[in-house]
Design a protein around this ligand. Sequence first.
Ligand code: NI
Length: 172
Amino acid sequence: MAIRKIVIQGDEILNKVCRPVTEFNPKLHELIDDMRETLAEANGVGLAAPQVGILRRVVVVLNDDEEIIELVNPEIIAQSGEQRGPEGCLSIPGKFGMVTRPNLVRVRAQDRFGNWFEAEGEGLTARAFCHELEHLDGHLYVEHIDRFLTEEELAAYYREMGYEIEEETSEK
Ligand code: NI
């Protein structure tokens, strides 16, 4: 396994449509293993093959149980609800924008051996499914936003959501 270099926005490979995977061979397994390692190292929630320079329909997504789901030739087969929240991308480091996504998403995909299965994601996982699948068609989340969030807006949003934010404690 190896950590691969993540392609940054501006590289035209991120705007290309990926080809379906047709061979479920050791080369595919190596790609998926490397994507898993690259995702973990980058501390991300999802990664698509074009982000490591490979124009094939493969994504990995970290779900709520901290498990990595491997999706080959994935497609969204059902979606419902709506959520609006900050979204980022490993190919656009340090930036976030507010994006509206369905709150529940069901995908159909093949595993690394070619077996079809279905997976459901809610909340952040649903958001990651939508975001990563768009990568496979050459789209980035910035197409859905007017501007990036400021650091203050992002911090305010997380406070509102009740997330713990590390702050320096001042002495009294
Ligand atoms: Ni992305």
